[in-house]
Design a protein around this ligand. Sequence first.
Ligand SMILES: [Zn+2]
Ligand SMILES: [Zn+2]
Length: 125
Amino acid sequence: MDDEHGAAALARLNARLAPLGVAAEVRPNRGRSLVATRAFKAGDVVLSSSAFAAAIIPELAPLRCSGCFERSSHLMRCGACKCAFFCSKPCQRQAWLAGHKRCAVSLYFVLAGWGGRKNLEQSAV
Ligand SMILES: [Zn+2]
Ligand SMILES: [Zn+2]
């Protein structure tokens, strides 16, 4: 990206951010940064966004749902990857459709090797 195009993109972004009281800047040695353009009080929500991606750390996998991250004592182990746990079938289905399917397939092949493909396809149906 050349400087002229980058400056135009930054100006467009800042036009959208201005009503929120923040601005994007490119700072030497820090890259693109978000800075406040008005005073905020402690506890104010400055920006809110859905997570682009999320994962539970392996130590917490048996304790928290890999879909909604709620703690539960009645988690069901994922039949495909055997590593993720879910609080309910709807939660597992939502995670599966949101991308767990790709993670489970990759993990399965790493753990079981390519010879396990037929079993994976059967469990993923
Ligand atoms: Zn859940
Ligand atoms: Zn899984």
